[in-house]
Design a protein around this ligand. Structure first.
Ligand SMILES: [Zn+2]
Length: 411
């Protein structure tokens, strides 16, 4: 040791490490950790079973991604359908049907449900879905049905409206009847032949197409013989022969309507049909002072369709049991024989007081009345026949039918 050379304490020189190397080491470690993490969390594959086949997938991959990566395992997507089952978008239904571990996975969970080790998936075709729709309630009109057979038709049950659920597609705009929520009540028209039940014999003589120049003579004969008949006047004739129309009513006969212009009613539209009936009632009322509800449709043509369109305007439609075919002018004797030869209790005989040359009817009428009386018949109106029968509703017999307020017509 040298004198004077003080060897002061001195910190031993620190070993100078390489800072760059240390940093690299840390960074390297971090990279490894991240890599492991990435592998662990992202790249690590686990075994799952899809459609009975083993498959390695990245753990936690979503069902949506899995389907996308594997072309949906061959499953075909469903279609988006309209409310009436038309295809709006091909493939617009669910992309696939996925059952995970025995439970079907809702489509809205495809994007969030992860797949993990040991999961078992079954992937099959997607299903069709329907567009969004609005639900509304609409009226269901009743139908009309006929019941029985016979010359007189009347409403025995009024129709009542039902309700149905209607779906309107928000995309397609299509409207579909989905289901009937309240069944309508059908209108029922009964057909019935009157059959007086008091043990006596009755018949009704009826005259169509008047009034005309022959009507006065027919009224004279009926008055002389003291019997009443039923007259189905045409509205336009009632206007032209207003005094005769009034005379029919004033002399106690039954005054009814043959509609206005003798059209074939099934060929008319709804408005035309109703107008044929109501304008005739107007004209007959104008001439006679009373408004008839009873009609005889021209040619007898009045189907359930006409009932469904105009049943509220009439009390009954009256056909006939004995057709004299007087319009063919077969001779007065033939007309007499047809009526008398076919007579039975409750029968309604068809003759004409207008629409052509009715001189044979005028000639035949006194004999018809005399011979029927001899055979024990009383001649009455159609309304009286119905009353004597007892099965016809009172308002039909009276000609005072009104459709109930809660009822609706089928058309
Ligand atoms: Zn006629």
């Amino acid at each position: 040791m040298q004198a004077g050379y003080n060897h002061p304490y001195r910190k031993p020189p620190r070993r100078q490490g390489n800072p760059t190397a240390a940093l690299a080491l840390v960074a390297g470690l971090a990279v490894v950790l991240v890599a492991v993490g990435v592998w662990w969390f992202v790249l690590r594959t686990v075994p799952v079973t899809v459609n009975a086949q083993e498959l390695n997938v990245h753990e936690g991959v979503t069902v949506e991604q899995l389907l996308s990566d594997n072309d949906s395992f061959g499953a075909k997507p469903g279609n988006l359908l309209s409310v009436s089952e038309n295809v709006i978008t091909e493939g617009g239904g669910t992309p696939a049907t996925v059952v995970v571990n025995g439970e079907e996975l809702p489509v809205d969970q495809f994007a969030s449900r992860g797949v993990f080790s040991g999961d078992t998936l079954e992937v099959t075709d997607g299903v069709d879905t329907h567009e969004e729709h609005e639900v509304s309630t609409e009226v269901v009109a009743p139908s009309v049905e006929a019941n029985g057979t016979g010359a007189i038709q009347f409403v025995s049950q009024w129709g009542k409206a039902g309700e149905k659920e209607v779906w309107t597609g928000k995309t397609s705009g299509e409207k579909v009847d989905k289901k009937v929520t309240k069944e309508p009540q059908n209108m029922v028209v009964s057909y019935l032949n009157p059959k007086p039940q008091d043990g006596k014999k009755y018949m009704a003589l009826t005259f169509d197409d008047g009034p005309s120049e022959y009507t006065g003579k027919i009224l004279d004969i009926l008055k002389e013989k003291g019997v009443h008949a039923t007259f189905y006047n045409l509205g336009e004739n009632a206007e032209n022969y207003a005094k005769l129309c009034k005379r029919v009513a004033d002399e106690g006969h039954e005054l009814a309507s043959h509609t206005n212009q003798h059209m074939n009613l099934p060929e008319q539209d709804r408005d035309g049909l109703r107008s044929e009936i109501s304008s005739a009632a107007d004209r007959i009322e104008q001439a006679s002072g009373s408004r008839p509800q009873m009609i005889r449709a021209p040619y007898g043509a009045f189907t359930t369709t006409e009932w469904g369109r105009a049943g509220d305007l009439i009390s009954c439609n009256v056909l006939w049991n004995i057709d004299t075919l007087d319009w063919k002018r077969p001779g007065a004797d033939a007309i007499v024989n047809t009526v008398v030869g076919n007579a039975y209790n409750g029968a309604i005989a068809l003759m004409h007081d207008g629409g052509g040359n009715r001189s044979q009817d005028v000639e035949a009428l006194p004999q018809i009345i005399d011979q029927l009386k001899e055979a024990g018949y009383q001649l009455v109106t159609v309304g009286e026949l119905m009353k004597l029968d007892g099965r016809f509703p009172e308002e039909v017999v009276e000609g005072k039918v009104s459709m109930p307020e809660d009822a609706v017509l089928p058309e």
